[in-house]
Design a protein around this ligand. Structure first.
Ligand code: HEM
Length: 126
């Protein structure tokens, strides 16, 4: 199959590659002083498992995501737009380091466009 017709999931290297990228992503998130506090007391293994499934399904893999909706999973966490962008930057860095081609990175950010309003909570005026 030519590269243009393969899914982003296949171009990244399938579930194994996405699992490895999510492992690296959480090493970075938990080392990032701005992001780590969101995960205090959270079962990170569970979040990683769901995030792998979510990304596989989002990028055209055969998996079905069976976790909570992104809105449900993140409501009440008070995630700012800047911290959302920070996580996406870490994700793109680890995918880039894993050898994802530029077109695939663009595909990932396009696929994630719809996720941002589900995850970010715009602070209300006091
Ligand atoms: C890039 C887009 C993101 C995706 C695709 C994503 C995906 C997910 C998924 C699927 C879950 C559910 C896990 C589960 O309940 O088992 C989850 C939970 C969580 N996410 Fe995200 N996430 C994203 C961005 C973020 C950001 C930016 C933050 C914080 C800065 C964040 C913090 C969390 C936390 C703390 C939980 C666990 C909540 C809990 O159940 O206690 N996520 N995420």
């Amino acid at each position: 199959m030519s590269d243009e017709t393969r899914s982003h999931y296949d171009r990244l290297g399938g579930a194994e590659a996405i699992r490895a990228a999510v492992d690296k992503l959480y090493l970075r998130i938990l080392r990032d002083d701005r992001l780590a506090p969101y995960f205090s007391g959270v079962d990170v293994a569970r979040v990683k498992r769901h995030q792998v499934l979510f990304l596989c399904a989002l990028l055209g893999g055969p998996q079905t995501y069976d976790g909570p909706s992104l809105y449900q999973a993140h409501r009440g966490l008070g995630i700012t737009p800047a911290d959302y962008d920070r996580v996406v930057d870490h994700l793109e860095d680890v995918l880039g380091a894993a050898g994802a081609p530029e077109g695939t990175l663009v595909g990932v950010s396009v696929a994630l466009v719809g996720a941002k309003p589900e995850i970010v909570e715009v602070p209300r005026d006091p």
